[in-house]
Design a protein around this ligand. Structure first.
Ligand code: MDE
Ligand code: FAD
Ligand code: SF4
Length: 671
């Protein structure tokens, strides 16, 4: 299976076992020496899973290069030994690993940050100090010194982080480099910094050490590098001694999404493709590649020599082994939600994975065979019930899974219908496979009562019965034009041309996208999607941006909330801005501080900023929160049964599959 993906890659002095590079991810375990046993276990599990080459999360070459105060760095003798734990663990599993050297420059979230010029970024509060000419030299030395120490620590190589808007990128563009010395002023001068880093690094580490350079191939910001300059830089980096060139897409401050779930699969491999033939060392492509067929296609069509995947290996450490075994259906697919990985890292929390709570918790959350087998009933086949049932069965318990619906998935069956959330299908495909693989007995289309459960002879009942939508309590709430999101997303109720949505939480936003986007959505088509977001595939101008051409909204929608302020402020950190921009493009009126008066034939009567208004809508859709559905709990407990609550049935909190799956897995790991 997958002949291109699984082919070894000969680098001359060493050979990688396949074409999968695990992309750099800061997971929150790299900053303290005390966390390195956990970090080693995390990487070892991925090496055991067959990955060709791992790249660590970014390590700073000096204090000024910190991402945040006390970030991990590699600049002192005592930084080396802790990394040996990681390299030994990976090598013991037959893997290879490179340490990424990342200098944050003006993205450093601390007052000591430096950059080519004192230009603040729009997404950090600190203005960097401009490096002196000596400071530039010292920074290059720090990169080289880090690489030397990485070699001492047993790494097979390093990756020089030259993209995503970090320090090296800041040197490369007029946007951030206003210098007039030999490090700025002309494109050639601006390129000197990374070229010198790679050249001196190669001299210092010798020939048989991997140097990956992550080249920013599409900046997606203004005043960026032109394609001609990027090619010139790529060639110079090769000449300076790099072994592999990896692709970087978009600065962090770019306003085009690059990795969230609504970005099409393999949406940017055409960028790497443009570099093919310009350099002769292997090229790695990246972004939103998450399944073997996608990776194989990208390589077979010649876009690159390797694929980088980061989050997909959080979701499933066995990804490569499963591809090799030709069982892609067994892969726990990354749905690109960012909820447990990037969102956590941006909030200074340890990363994990929504679909795999063991990620980065390998030593703490272990799934071992149970001492004694129990008979367990799991009621509800939503994410919580599915995670609990399969984990319990894997441990040797006899599990019966009930749902009143005729199919598994619970609310994920609604989520997967939202344009841009097509990936949610994959989680249900995975669980469908895993239910069979672990031997869970399915009893679908079965409304469960306390009697059925009492008579079933179960030792334990796990209630994963989810949530009930909170009803609306205003005059006219029973008007025929009022629908709940269930009516729309589950019941396919017809919806008119003009719609008001009450409640602008995650579900309100999703419903607004559902009502205004065409089907199939641009997420299924790279060309439509790039046009919609203003990405110029011809790369005519530096940065690769062109005017955005949003597709026409299919309805006129008002998205309303009672709370003052801008709707969507509480959406997730790294994806919320994409949802807000999407609805803005669809001309959805987003209004905060709304008082709802009543609903009648004329529409929805509201008061905004003290002024009464009538929104002349055909339908009002209620997305006003949810309550736990625990109807069975008290009766079962009164009968003396061992009953547990998980997921939405325990705490109802809108978009919370992360909590649901985590809680279910942890409970199932200990029963
Ligand atoms: P926000 O609310 O979106 O923006 C704040 C305000 O700034 C404005 N803004 C801009 N104005 C002009 N030009 C721009 N380019 C620009 N960008 C933002 C906004 O409009 C807004 O103004 P307002 O509307 O309020 O008037 O920003 P936020 O502070 O909530 O955060 C935004 C994010 C940083 C989360 C963000 O933009 C991010 O989601 N971007 C995409 C990131 C991404 O997906 N990158 C690709 C891969 S991830 C990766 O490679 C590695 C990640 C590791 C972590 S670090 C680990 C360490 O501990 C990255 C750390 C990055 C530090 C900046
Ligand atoms: P549910 O998924 O609600 O499952 C409960 C199941 O129990 C149902 O299948 C129901 O039929 C069954 N059941 C109930 N009572 C009985 C009974 N008596 N007998 C038999 N069966 C019964 N979350 C995120 O984290 N990220 C997202 O991006 C996201 N997007 C979403 C988009 C939409 C449109 C919606 C509606 C939800 C979204 N969610 C998202 C929320 C997520 O789906 C829920 O957090 C999650 O489904 C909760 O899982 P659960 O297993 O607790 O409950
Ligand atoms: Fe992928 Fe979501 Fe898991 Fe992150 S949390 S690895 S985006 S599935």
């Amino acid at each position: 299976p997958y002949p291109h993906l699984l082919a070894p890659l000969d680098l001359g002095f060493t050979t990688l076992r396949n074409r999968v590079l695990m992309g750099s991810m800061h997971v929150g375990l790299e900053d303290k020496a005390a966390d390195f046993d956990k970090l080693a276990a995390f990487y070892a599990e991925r090496a055991r899973g067959g990955v060709g080459l791992i790249v660590t999360g970014g390590v700073a070459p000096n204090i000024r290069g910190w991402l945040k105060p006390m970030s991990g760095r590699m600049s002192m003798p005592w930084h080396v030994p802790r990394h040996r734990k990681v390299t030994r663990a990976v090598h013991a599993e037959g893997g290879k690993i490179c340490m990424q050297i990342l200098h944050a420059g003006r993205y450093g979230y601390h007052p000591l940050s430096v950059a080519p010029s004192a230009v603040k970024s729009p997404i950090t509060p600190f203005t960097p100090r401009a490096l002196s000419a000596r400071g530039v030299e010292r920074t290059i030395d720090a990169f080289v010194d880090s690489a030397r120490r990485a070699r001492d620590a047993g790494y097979d190589g390093v990756e020089v982080m030259g993209s995503e808007g970090y320090l090296i990128n800041q040197f490369l563009t007029a946007r951030t480099n206003r210098r007039t010395d030999r490090w700025g002023g002309s494109a050639e001068n601006r390129m000197r910094f990374p070229i010198e880093i790679v050249r001196r690094m190669r001299e210092a580490v010798g020939k048989d050490f991997i140097i990956i350079y992550r080249l920013s191939m599409l900046d997606l910001v203004d005043e960026a590098q032109s394609w001609t300059d990027i090619v010139t830089l790529g060639k110079a980096i090769e000449a300076a001694g790099a072994t592999i060139i990896n692709t970087g897409i978009g600065w962090h401050e770019a306003r085009v999404p690059t990795i969230v779930t609504s970005v099409p699969r393999a949406a940017f491999t055409w960028v790497t493709r443009r570099m093919k033939g310009e350099v002769s060392i292997p090229l790695v492509t990246t972004n939103r590649i998450n399944m073997p067929d996608v990776a194989e296609r990208v390589l077979a069509q010649g876009d690159a020599d390797m694929v980088s995947m980061a989050r997909p290996l959080l979701a499933d450490p066995e990804w490569v082994n499963k591809a090799r075994a030709a069982t892609p259906e067994a892969i726990n697919t990354c749905i690109a939600c960012n909820q447990a990985c990037l969102d956590h890292v941006f909030m200074n929390r340890r990363a994990s994975c929504l679909v795999n709570p063991r990620a980065c918790h390998e030593t703490e959350l272990t799934i071992a065979p149970a001492a004694t087998s129990r008979r367990v009933a799991v009621v509800g086949a939503g994410p919580a019930g599915l995670a609990a049932a399969t984990t319990l069965a894997e441990r040797g318990h006899a599990v019966t899974l009930f749902d009143r619906a005729s199919r598994i998935g619970g609310q994920f069956n609604m989520a997967k219908r939202i344009p841009g959330k097509e990936e949610f299908h994959e989680t249900l495909r995975y669980f469908d496979h895993r239910l069979d693989a672990t031997g869970v007995e399915r009893r679908l289309g079965t409304e469960v009562s306390a009697d059925t459960l009492a008579e079933g002879g179960f030792d334990t009942v796990i209630l994963a019965t989810g949530v009930l939508p909170r009803p609306l309590a205003i005059p006219g709430a029973d008007h025929p034009k009022v629908l709940s999101y269930l009516d729309v997303l589950q019941g396919d109720a017809p919806v008119g041309e003009k719609v008001a949505i009450i409640g602008a939480g995650g579900i309100g936003f999703d419903v607004a996208e559902f009502l205004t986007e065409a089907v199939p959505s641009p997420t299924t088509d790279v060309a439509r999607w790039t046009r919609e977001w203003g990405v110029d595939m011809a790369m005519t101008k530096p940065g690769g941006l062109m005017p955005a051409h949003p597709e026409k909204p299919t309805r006129q929608v008002w998205l309303l909330q009672r709370t003052e302020g801008r709707p969507g402020a509480r959406l997730n950190k790294t994806s919320g801005w994409v949802h807000r921009a999407t609805l803005k493009n669809k001309r959805v009126q987003m209004v905060g501080g709304v008082t709802y008066e009543r609903i009648d034939d004329d529409g929805l009567h509201v008061v905004v900023e003290g002024k009464p208004q009538v929104l002349p809508v055909d339908n009002v859709i209620v997305c006003a929160g949810q309550e736990p559905n625990r109807a069975l709990h008290d009766t079962l407990q009164a009968r003396g049964m061992d009953v547990r609550l998980i997921g939405g049935a325990d705490v109802a909190a809108e978009l919370d599959a992360k909590r649901a799956i985590d809680q279910a897995t942890r409970l199932a790991a200990t029963l």
